[in-house]
Write a protein that binds this ligand. Sequence first.
Ligand SMILES: Cc1ncc(COP(=O)(O)O)c(C=O)c1O
Length: 412
Amino acid sequence: MPIRTPSRTTSGDSSPTDEHLQREIMSDTAADSELRIVADDEPLDTPVIAVDETLLHRNIDEMASLARSCGVSLRPHSKTHKSPRIARLQLEAGAAGLTCAKLGEAEVLVAEGGVRDILIAYPIVGELKIRRLLDLTNRAHITVAVDSLEAALALSRAFANSGRVLDVYIEVNTGQDRAGARAGQEAVDLAVDIARMPGLRLSGVMTHEGHAGFSGPDEISTVAQNAGQALVDTAERLRGLGVEVTQVSVGSTPSSWFTPRVKGITEMRPGTYVFHDNNAFRHGRIGPDRCAARVVATIVSRPAPDRAIIDAGSKALALDPSPSHPGHGYIVGHSDATIARLSEEHGVVLLPPDEQGFNVGDRVEIIPNHICPAVNLTDELVIVRDGEIVDRWPVAARGKVREGQFASRNAA
Ligand SMILES: Cc1ncc(COP(=O)(O)O)c(C=O)c1O
């Protein structure tokens, strides 16, 4: 049976509790089974990531209009798709530029996607990377996140020596406790020093309020807004000291409906929204009907009535846990089945009594817990329109963690 793009939506303005949400998302199995995106008779080798084109466009357009309604610019994080094609779609929908975590990802988006404005939201440390960065700035406007004097000094020396200026954002820790100078005095002190360095232009402050997404549905708006306010306050203190900070940049999909509304925020950098994933179900706005990317897997063994084996293991689904659903992903149409264990090539699915389907040769669609690392494991995305495969797009910027990969790919 061909499976068509669903029209049901779970988005709204209220923030339901975890319990309410689990009921809403997990109860309607009959409707949920209609949410598969690839027609059963479509030939497809598995495991593979299929992307529903309509849902993809809808997610892209929705975030673009959310940014417009908040009066901020949109700089999507490309970590989710690593695809020059999707980067272009985001730009066409109004994005001001893209965000990358890795220099290698930026190199690919510039060369293959024609992207001309990129924030590398990650510290650039080491001489080889700085050389590549210098080279990349010949082809695109690049901004780099800094959170230490050491990294800033090395960049300053290299850019001043070459007679050029690099835009930098100070990365500010607003509660995630990953990288970043602590919001307030620590970030202000660092920014004041960096603002004086030759070869650098301090053009913004940024935070990744990813910790908001780990808070419950009742707390997320407060946690997100507090993070945004801490960043705005830091920018205001800098301005009070005569340091002109133009961009105040936040970014995280679960907090997208909250942080950019804080007065003084100028830019948002969500990434996961382009596909959405099982992690997102927790906060109630997003359900399976909004997840554009699915790992399509085949049942390759049915060794026991309560156990089926799929050909998607950790090499297809990645290993991140999710607070939204037990196991390693959400099997569309089978909300009571659990992907209980993964080895590299095997997914062990535990089935409730009388669960239909799961015969050897059947296909299932899985919404991964975290779509970004799953995409990083695949060479291509299969693009689906109304149940039929219409195209294949390379994940050209996958696995770009160090020097040499881009050069050797081009030479090949
Ligand atoms: C610095 C930074 N900005 C933005 C994002 C996008 O967040 P999300 O994946 O929740 O959309 C990330 C994600 O890891 C990030 O690390």
